[in-house]
Design a protein around this ligand. Structure first.
Ligand SMILES: [Zn+2]
Length: 253
């Protein structure tokens, strides 16, 4: 891998990591890029694939085609350019009925945040300047025969920084949530224990009540129980003696 490829991969990696770009990478090619490729005998399909070492999807729009067609009236090489851009898949841009200029069309395709994740291949300096202000728009241009994926613009880098900070916040928040969940878990365990106590509670209580009830009933009925016996034992000896004498007298009589 050449240092040029390494730089391209590094720059592409930035968009993969920060702006969710993925293979096949969509490259929107405008007339100026196709024209430069033609002039420099640069085979866009082959050379770009080599340069990026990734799966690519080369795209254009009907506006770009009609623009190169119009310009084709004046130049044979522009005609060749039309032939080049016509090879690519035409992405719907919404101006099919009323074509607009290629640069305006590309700007509308990018919108505010390049949500479709296009890489823009253009030699148009003015368009490049405008697209550099929008975060997450990779730019590629030809320097002679050499393709160059530009280093991320300041807008792209700043937005990525903010997003990473946001990401940091969410991981921090996630940690916080984990702690809260753990605490909630402990609370739930406590609740479970309380419920268990409550569940186990009524039984001993009812048992106690049941015990208390028979006791009272027993004592009221005078049926012998441990406690009643204990009371008998507590009877003073002289009364016991008197009782025994009484019983003896009854038996004798
Ligand atoms: Zn269009």
């Amino acid at each position: 891998m050449t240092s040029r490829n390494k730089k391209a991969r590094k720059n592409l990696g930035f968009y993969v990591n920060n702006y969710k770009f993925h293979q096949p990478f969509q490259i929107l090619i405008d007339g100026t890029f196709a024209f430069a490729a033609l002039q420099n005998k640069f085979n866009i399909q082959e050379q770009l694939k080599k340069y990026f070492q990734s799966e690519l999807k080369l795209l254009t729009t009907s506006c770009i085609i009609s623009e190169t067609e119009k310009l084709g009236i004046f130049s044979t090489s522009i005609n060749g350019t039309t032939q080049i851009v016509k090879q690519y898949a035409i992405h719907k841009c919404g101006h099919e009925k009323k074509p607009i200029s290629g640069s305006k069309c590309l700007r509308s395709m990018i919108g505010k945040d390049n949500s479709s994740r296009y890489i823009i291949a253009t030699q148009d300096r003015e368009l490049q300047d405008r697209l550099r202000l929008i975060p997450g728009v990779p730019l590629i241009y030809l320097h002679g025969k050499t393709p160059t994926l530009e280093s991320p613009s300041e807008a792209s880098r700043k937005r990525a920084e903010v997003m990473q900070k946001d990401l940091g916040m969410t991981t921090w928040q996630k940690e916080n949530i984990k702690v809260l969940e753990k605490q909630a878990g402990i609370m739930q365990e406590k609740d479970k224990l309380k419920k268990k106590k409550k569940k186990g509670g009524p039984n001993p209580l009812s048992c106690l009540k049941k015990k208390k009830k028979p006791e009272t009933i027993l004592s009221k009925n005078g049926i012998k129980s441990g406690k009643v016996r204990k009371r008998k034992i507590k009877i003073a000896p002289h009364i016991k003696e008197a009782l025994v004498i009484e019983l003896k007298n009854k038996c004798e009589t």
